[in-house]
Write a protein that binds this ligand. Structure first.
Ligand code: CO
Length: 212
């Protein structure tokens, strides 16, 4: 239990520290959140949303799952997107994958893990769609990383094709969807160049970016 006790100790120290530097910090946040960003990322413990982009509590709305997927029938992800866009009026949706993603690797190599393999079927659909291009990459690490990139690009398209984004854009709401990837080895974020402010733009960008 000592490791769990430690978490409460860490929490007390963190809260004290926050209050010391900004006495109104918690009372302000308790009244309202108005983040400009929705982060859709991988559950991987090495890719914490706030820390990577230097944002404080209250500044980024977060959804994470294995391999950062946006599946059209996933009520959880769709609810997060709907609340972020309709209620919080976020300006940017960041789909953030990471190189060396274990989920993507398992999908690529048909590694048997368990229940999660069913979830990763979505990544295998992307793998199979780009099978010819992926087969041209000799280096297995690079092939894995390329599928991580393609997966992010596809999820950007998936976000752009939700009824939530369709309705928001039809009503003239300004919200941009981005595809980024994070390097575990160097801590750097990379823009995959698929940012879109409407569905057509998303499809065009995806076509160009998925080709090389
Ligand atoms: Co991952």
């Amino acid at each position: 239990m000592q490791d769990i006790e430690q978490l409460f100790e860490n929490n007390r120290a963190w809260a004290d520290d926050k209050r010391a530097s900004d006495p109104a910090f918690f009372s302000r946040l308790a009244n309202q959140q108005s983040p400009s960003y929705l982060w859709i990322g991988c559950s991987d413990s090495r890719v914490p949303a706030n820390q990577i982009v230097g944002l404080a509590p209250g500044e980024v709305f977060v959804h994470r799952n294995v391999a950062n997927l946006v599946v059209h029938t996933d009520l959880n992800a769709l609810s997060v997107i709907q609340y972020a866009v309709d209620a919080l009026k976020v300006k940017h949706i960041l789909v953030v994958g990471h190189y060396g993603c274990g989920g993507v690797g398992a999908a690529l190599n048909d590694t048997r893990i368990g229940l999660v393999n069913n979830w990763l079927r979505h990544v295998q659909d992307i793998r199979d769609q780009h099978a010819a291009r992926l087969a041209e990459i000799d280096d297995p690490v690079r092939r894995h990383d390329r599928l991580c990139e393609l997966n992010v690009m596809q999820q950007v398209v998936n976000v752009c094709q939700t009824s939530v984004l369709k309705d928001a854009w039809e009503q003239g709401q300004q919200v941009c969807v981005h595809g980024w990837i994070y390097g575990l080895c160097d801590g750097q974020l990379h823009d995959l160049g698929v940012s879109a402010g409407c569905r057509e733009e998303a499809l065009d960008r995806f076509r160009d970016a998925a080709r090389p």
